[in-house]
Design a protein around this ligand. Structure first.
Ligand code: COA
Length: 327
């Protein structure tokens, strides 16, 4: 059986750091409130001339270098993002251009903070079918351009960045064992971003202001659902493979909030050292969060061949999913 195995990881986080203390200077908030409620201490913000495709391309270059795979060998590029610089062309097409990955076909996947998992699942199926041999799967976001910097309920939570994986075919027991995706559109109003141009259901008269394009969220409702669904979908992946939580080396949940990560750990009966955390330094980078975390752990030497790891994500839509990986 052909599996997609991770051959290289990469990430790119913009240079500019915005700390909670920086936020205190222009927002009615405090470092203490943000750290207590979210665990976030700082986030990175893209420069004015940096776009989502630039972040994605840099993460991809690093992943290719680690994998020892040339851009011209890549058959498929999938980018999970909701902050591409254009409606079209896709961010993936711009990455293809930037890398000169001429033989690849490329497309974006939109699933909010679960975008990377949905992108990964797509790529895995192309590998399994034999249609591609080497792919690039990327999560990249410039969330700082989606939030209202006057709205303390949302802007403190997000940051910018990109992460990438190079996948190659493998016929051993290593690779992505399974992916599990879900959506429930009936929750759309709890977390959404209307188009700035005024399209779509967000374009009611009450939203028709200059703030129209900003991300909107009912944080406490999202929190409750996220904890339950992230835990359920982790158990679903273990059950589907006949594996138990004791066999997991590490889990990489979407980095939205440290309290959500703690609550998942509790529900799954996992000790804190099994849950990878970097939300304190990068905040919620949406689709980019899991591949950035994987790259950090990989470069820190925390992942060895054959380790069993689980990734799980949750986002607007609602969308949620998981994957089990034999590293
Ligand atoms: N600084 C200071 N006070 C703030 C604040 C901030 N940055 N943001 C909100 N508050 C205030 C609120 O205005 C409210 O004040 P009030 O009681 O006077 O009305 C109070 O804090 C409590 O707000 P509440 O929304 O109930 O807080 P909470 O404990 O639910 O924490 C979140 C808010 C957003 C941190 C939390 O709900 C959360 O993390 N939700 C999940 C969000 C998420 O991760 N979304 C992405 C999923 S992919």
């Amino acid at each position: 059986m052909i599996r997609a195995r991770v051959a290289g990881t990469g990430s790119y986080i913009p240079e500019k750091v915005l700390t909670n203390l920086d936020l205190e200077k222009f927002l009615d908030t405090s470092d203490e409130w943000i750290v207590t409620r979210t665990g976030i201490r700082e986030r990175h913000i893209a420069a004015v001339d940096e776009n989502t495709s630039d972040l994605a391309s840099e993460a991809a270059r690093q992943a290719l270098q680690m994998a020892g795979v040339g851009a011209e060998e890549i058959d498929l590029i999938v980018v999970g993002t909701v902050t591409g610089e254009f409606n079209f062309p896709s961010t993936a097409c711009l990455v293809q251009k930037n890398l000169n990955a001429r033989r690849a076909f490329a497309f974006d996947v939109s699933a909010a903070c679960s975008g990377f998992l949905f992108a990964l699942s797509n790529a895995v199926n192309y590998h399994r079918s034999g249609a591609v041999k080497r792919s690039l799967v990327i999560g990249a976001e410039v969330m700082s351009r989606t939030v209202d910097w006057k709205d303390r309920n949302t802007c403190v939570l997000f940051g910018d960045g990109a992460g990438a994986l190079v996948l190659v075919n493998d016929e051993s027991e290593r690779g992505i064992l399974s992916t599990h995706l879900h959506t429930d559109g009936s929750f759309w109003e709890l977390l959404f971003q209307p188009r700035p141009s005024g399209w779509g259901p967000g374009a009611s008269a009450e939203h028709a202001t200059q703030e129209m394009g900003f991300l909107k969220m009912q944080g406490n409702e999202v929190f409750k659902v996220a904890v339950k669904l992230l835990s359920d979908v982790a158990l679903e992946a273990l059950a589907a493979n006949g594996l138990t939580r004791d066999e997991l080396k590490l889990i990489f949940p979407h980095q939205a909030n440290k309290r959500i990560l703690d609550a998942i750990g509790k529900r799954l009966g996992l000790s804190a050292d099994k849950i990878f955390v970097n939300v304190d330094r990068v905040a919620n980078t949406s689709s980019a969060s899991i591949p950035i975390a994987l790259d950090e752990a990989n470069r820190q030497g925390l992942l060895a061949p054959q380790d069993l790891i689980l990734i799980n994500a949750f986002g607007g839509g609602f969308t949620w999913g998981s994957a089990l990986i034999r590293w």
